[in-house]
Design a protein around this ligand. Sequence first.
Ligand code: PRP
Length: 213
Amino acid sequence: MTEILRTALPKGRLGSEIADILKKAGFLNDSFKDSKDTRKLVFEDSESGMRYFWVKPFDVPVYVERGTADIGFIGKDILLERNPDVYELLALNIGKCKICSAALNGFVDDGMKPLRAATEFPNIARDYYSGIGREIDIIPIRGSAEIAPVLGLSDVIVDIVQTGTTLRENNLSVISVIAEVSARLIANKSAYKFKHNEIDELIRRLKEVDTNS
Ligand code: PRP
């Protein structure tokens, strides 16, 4: 018997790219709607054996780790930040971006006081700055980190850079690239045991359409 794969998808830009690749691979029917076009959160495609949930990106690993979802699609940035106890099964060639530290153009760190770092990724920021021996004061914020140095809330940000437009348009530039990231397929550990045939078939078909892999 074919098992239904309960699949957590991240709302937003990455989720749209993932929906496109799932469609190409034949895992989405026409009733499916992108999170930007609907308030409906659950979609079923019984023909291809999939049930999809739109959730906030940071929550994808929570649903998968706890087994509410069998699998999920999420950026490596969130996996690095949350370090969930899940299997990371596939790296896709979508959602490619970088986690960077950045500051206002011309910013010079005089090293006198702890560096104020505004970020949605406190663990990544802490690991990176402790690795280079620089003391920091983390200022946790939820998205749009680029505004923090502009308003004087922080000296630097640690955030995702994709096209670089947000940095450019706010007079910021990259200081250092902390990690290159892309979309990943993750699985709940026990779901992978029981549903590995279905998951392996999904991986096989995703690889066929994930053109640069
Ligand atoms: C992300 C990130 C940056 C932006 C960078 O935000 O936090 O703000 O993308 O992209 P760019 O280099 O192409 O300009 P997102 O749009 O995902 O929303 P958020 O600000 O709510 O995190």
